[in-house]
Write a protein that binds this ligand. Structure first.
Ligand SMILES: [Zn+2]
Length: 430
């Protein structure tokens, strides 16, 4: 048993729905961990008295302890093309993504990048992520092995592509099906790992492969499904040409049985109200990827319409088209995207989306996302004085909401002092 003392913040619901009741805050709190799980959280003065004499207490007063961040959409094979200039989505895929992803046929390259990737997530306070490897089976093996070693919660699955991509990244739809089944067998449910059927997007799969992806999703209860949806206008027009019978881009996925609980769709920029209604009704989730949408000039995500429809929403960095691993920086850009839509994002809602909201969108909120007893004890120790400017600005804040807002607008990896996974230190800032 061990305990961490400091300012503690977590959410038991969505502040947009439950208001301030959703937020649990202990200015001087104690988080007690037993066997990797949260045993209890509350005010330090009350809980310290109950601790056995030999319990290890880590003193982090002056720091803010929040649940580990949940990144609902990211590509591990795109680390080496992050910050590559020019072009919108379809050009970016041709120019940067395909050449980078081809290298993942090599298991040594895949293993080296997977290790760096997982360490970078931890350095940024991210303990759970829904990740795209490449079409290569070895790329998924490498990622799962790296995450298993670090005891992280990772959802991933080999990418499925059988058309509109270079030959070296193309497979037959049968091969994709067989390889996915083998990977599910090998990795799903091992440690904290979960498998996701991963058709890249409807344009790079034939209708046959889309059908097989839906079949895999139906055949394996408990597995996830992840893909891209309505990111860019040229992409949406292309999908209309490829699937003229579908009512909309979203409808393509629905026709092939890919909507439901545990399916997550990155971007969701160019949707209509019928699409949003179908996502809410089926339990599918949206991943809002603000830095990527700005970087590729894709468009502005509409959180108010997603909320009005009742769709589950999480935050995604979408590295490498996204420009940062940092969920704090990503929240800052989410705020700006919504400002451009005449909407606002409170700091409380933002931190909810990066933790409990992300967990809920991935159907993991019974295991991660907050500090209720029994949850897996993944958490981040944030330093509100990480930089001279942060220290100065934070010192001038009166309320918790102000301090959180300053952290998300000015914070980045430097504000992550420590990351803990399953109640054990996983990364500490030097
Ligand atoms: Zn993506």
């Amino acid at each position: 048993m061990r305990a961490v003392r400091g300012e503690i913040l977590h959410f038991t619901g969505d502040p947009a729905v439950a208001g301030t009741d959703a937020l649990r805050h202990f200015a001087d709190g104690l988080l007690i961990v037993r066997d990797g799980l949260v045993a209890e959280v509350g005010p330090a003065d009350a809980l310290l008295a109950k601790l056995p004499a030999d319990a290890r207490i880590e003193d982090r007063r002056g720091r803010m302890i929040v649940p580990g961040f949940v990144d609902t959409h990211i590509h591990f094979a795109q680390i080496d093309i992050i910050a590559s200039p020019g072009g919108q989505l379809l050009e970016w895929l041709e120019r940067y993504t395909w050449p980078a992803e081809r290298r993942f046929a090599d298991p040594d390259h895949a293993a080296a990048v997977a290790g760096f990737f997982c360490d970078e997530l931890l350095r940024n306070g991210t303990t759970t992520a829904a990740v795209f490897p490449t079409v290569h089976r070895v790329s998924a093996d490498a990622l799962f092995a790296a995450a298993l070693q670090r005891r992280m919660r990772v959802i991933a699955g080999k990418v499925l592509m059988d058309r509109n991509c270079p030959d070296l990244l193309c497979e037959s739809c049968e091969d994709g099906y067989v390889a996915s089944r083998a990977l599910i067998e090998r990795w799903h449910g091992r440690g904290r790992l979960l498998y996701a059927i991963t058709p890249r997007f409807a344009a790079t799969s034939t209708p046959q492969q889309m059908q097989l992806a839906g079949r895999l999703f139906a055949e394996h209860p408990g597995v996830h499904l992840q893909t891209h949806l309505a990111e860019n206008r040229a992409e949406v027009a292309w999908i209309r040409e490829l699937y003229p019978e579908a009512r909309s881009y979203l409808d393509v996925y629905e026709r092939f049985g890919q909507l439901g609980p545990r399916s997550v769709f990155a971007h969701c920029v160019w949707l209509d109200d019928t699409d949003r209604g179908r996502m809410a009704a089926t339990g599918a989730a949206m991943s809002f990827c603000p830095t990527s949408n700005l970087f590729l000039g894709s468009g502005l995500f509409d959180l108010a319409l997603a909320d009005a429809a009742g769709v589950r929403v999480g935050i995604g960095t979408d590295v490498g088209a996204g420009t940062s691993f940092s969920m704090l920086q990503t929240l800052a850009e989410a705020y700006k995207v919504l400002q451009m839509n005449g909407q606002s994002l409170s700091a409380e809602r933002a931190f909810y989306l990066a933790t409990q909201g992300g967990a809920r969108s991935l159907y993991l909120d019974d295991r991660i996302g907050n500090f209720l007893p029994g949850r897996e004890a993944d958490f981040v120790v944030l330093d509100p004085a990480a930089t001279p400017l942060l220290a100065r600005r934070s010192a001038a804040c009166g309320t918790l909401a102000e301090r959180l807002f300053v952290l998300m607008m000015l914070g980045d990896d430097r504000a992550v002092a420590e990351t803990w996974v399953m109640g054990e230190p996983a990364w500490r800032r030097p």
